[in-house]
Design a protein around this ligand. Structure first.
Ligand SMILES: [Zn+2]
Length: 310
């Protein structure tokens, strides 16, 4: 390399560094955009939708990783302290709770508070009379609130408010984006309401109990093979209970999910002579051509087939 081109290469280096920062999505505002950090996929989705072009959103949970027991690297903990905004869900990912407590980021949205999960963990106008009174319902809060789209809308509002504090010039954009997202979530809720209104069955057998909020909202009954923690091994007694439910209720389908091994669900389904299908708890995004709404629409179709809805 001749001397002049070397000098040019050196001059170009800072620009490359800036580009590297933005594509890496680390918590840096070299780009002039707000650097937001979400703790896992549904919160990342909301923050991206509300932030639009003004905000770079990184996630603390890699896209195809199950978020319950995520571990954070020291670099990620540093990102938590340097981010302009952190959107997380207290009580769901202990490592993230710890990092937020340690790092004390300047602006934080806690989805647990925004969605009203800390006020008893149920939705204000829940229609369901179904409580899974089989000794498998947990006293603890079901963290999977995002599967009820109406509970995600208040998080969009909280994110818009927090982004406005960070970046007041974007106030109108954030408000308009939050309103547009709320409208899409309302349309999704309406599709679920009408799509699940008339079905031959209402029992949904899932591999882990991620669908409590969804079941309550739409009048279904969830029977989880594992509990709220997807990695928990079901006991032989639990497998017998689930098998009894499948036989007694004429269940056609045992659902498994994208980020957890389907082995237990497949074995049980084979033993009982029923189908398996995917019901995605949306804890991550296995396919980045999809998003929250498109996966939720696929879930609705899978439920309608399994429950013979008209
Ligand atoms: Zn879960």
């Amino acid at each position: 390399m001749s001397r002049p081109s070397r000098a040019l290469a050196l001059l170009a280096a800072p620009a490359l560094l800036v580009a590297g920062c933005s594509s890496g999505g680390d918590a840096s505002d070299d780009t002039g955009r707000v650097a937001a950090l979400a703790s896992f996929y549904p919160l990342q989705y909301v923050t991206q939708e509300v932030g639009g072009d003004r905000v770079d959103v990184a996630s603390l949970t890699p896209p195809s990783v199950e978020p319950h027991d995520v571990e954070l690297s020291p670099a990620q903990v540093a990102d938590v302290s340097s981010a302009d905004l952190v959107v997380y869900q207290s009580g769901f990912q202990p490592a993230v709770d710890e990092a937020v407590e340690q790092a004390q980021p300047g602006h934080v949205v806690d989805a647990t508070a925004a969605a009203g999960l800390d006020e008893g963990g149920t939705h204000a106008d829940e229609p369901g009379e179904h409580t899974a009174d089989d000794g498998h319902e947990h006293d603890g809060l079901d963290p999977h609130f995002w599967l009820d789209p109406t509970m995600l809308a208040p998080v969009a509002d909280a994110v818009a408010d927090a982004l406005t504090e960070v970046d007041p010039d974007g106030a109108d954009t954030y408000r308009a984006n939050a309103d547009a997202l709320t409208a899409r979530l309302a349309a999704l809720d309406e599709a679920y309401r009408t799509g699940l209104a008339t079905c031959e069955r209402d029992v949904v057998v899932t591999s882990h109990e991620a669908f409590g909020h969804l079941a309550r909202r739409y009048g279904l009954e969830q029977v989880g093979i594992s509990g709220i923690d997807p990695e928990a091994e079901p006991s032989p007694a639990r497998l017998r209970e689930v098998a009894d439910v499948v036989r007694d209720e004429g269940v056609t389908t045992i659902f498994f999910e994208t980020l957890v091994s389907p082995k237990v669900a497949e074995t049980l389904a084979a033993d009982l002579g029923v189908r398996t299908a995917v019901l995605d708890p949306l804890e991550g995004l296995a396919d980045d051509a999809q998003d929250y709404v498109s996966v939720a629409e696929q879930n609705l179709e899978a439920l309608r087939v399994a429950l013979s809805c008209s």
